[in-house]
Design a protein around this ligand. Structure first.
Ligand SMILES: [Fe+2]
Length: 196
């Protein structure tokens, strides 16, 4: 059993979100600071930032944008009202006490996210949860000690401080919802260290 991911729920109804994303493809790729970064592992990916540090803070002081902050909902949350009920349910499920970033990622057929670890205050402070929204057979989320081959609507906790990467060998876009939550310490310890 992998020490770096754990399935914590299944059968979340992600079809309304999947359809909303198909209807609004223009939402992807508008905030490109992640994929534009030099030698970024995310260059083949487009994303939708639904919640993070207020975007005006990026212009105010780009160097501090990823330092400690309170996340806020972006206008994309209004365009995608299907996201917040999923996030609210997940907050309850993991005894969440603080909600951080919420992100939707899209990787085309044949695309990859190269092996990397997530850096910075936000990555370290919050636990990360992965909910596949569109994930055909062959779209893989990989760790050194195991591979997630999920069904849409599964929910996984994963350890973003260890190397992880994505390979989309399927014939369709691989679309994932990533939710970052700080939980009560006891819950966090169970998720991180409870499995043997
Ligand atoms: Fe990552």
């Amino acid at each position: 059993m992998s020490r770096n991911f754990l399935k914590i729920a299944q059968d979340i109804n992600v079809q309304p979100l999947q359809m909303a994303l198909i209807r609004q493809p223009e939402l992807f790729g508008n905030r490109t600071s992640r994929s534009d970064a030099y030698a970024s592992p995310h260059q083949q990916m487009t994303d939708i930032w639904v919640r993070y540090n207020a975007y005006e803070n990026l212009k105010r002081d780009p160097e501090k944008f990823n330092d400690e902050h309170d996340s806020v909902w972006y206008p994309e949350a209004t365009a995608l009202p299907q996201v917040r009920p999923i996030v609210s349910w997940l907050m309850s499920h993991v005894e969440g006490e603080r909600l951080g970033g919420v992100l939707i990622t899209k990787i085309p057929p044949g695309g990859k996210i190269a092996p990397h670890v997530d850096m910075g205050w936000h990555a370290k402070y919050y636990e990360k949860y992965y909910i596949p929204v569109q994930n055909d057979q062959g779209a893989l989320f990989c760790f050194e000690d195991g591979i997630i081959e999920p069904q849409p609507g599964d929910v996984y906790w994963f350890n973003n401080s260890r190397p992880h990467w994505v390979e989309n060998h399927s014939q369709r876009d691989r679309i994932a919802l990533i939710v970052c939550i700080r939980s009560h310490k006891a819950s966090q310890e169970v998720l991180c260290h409870g499995q043997q």
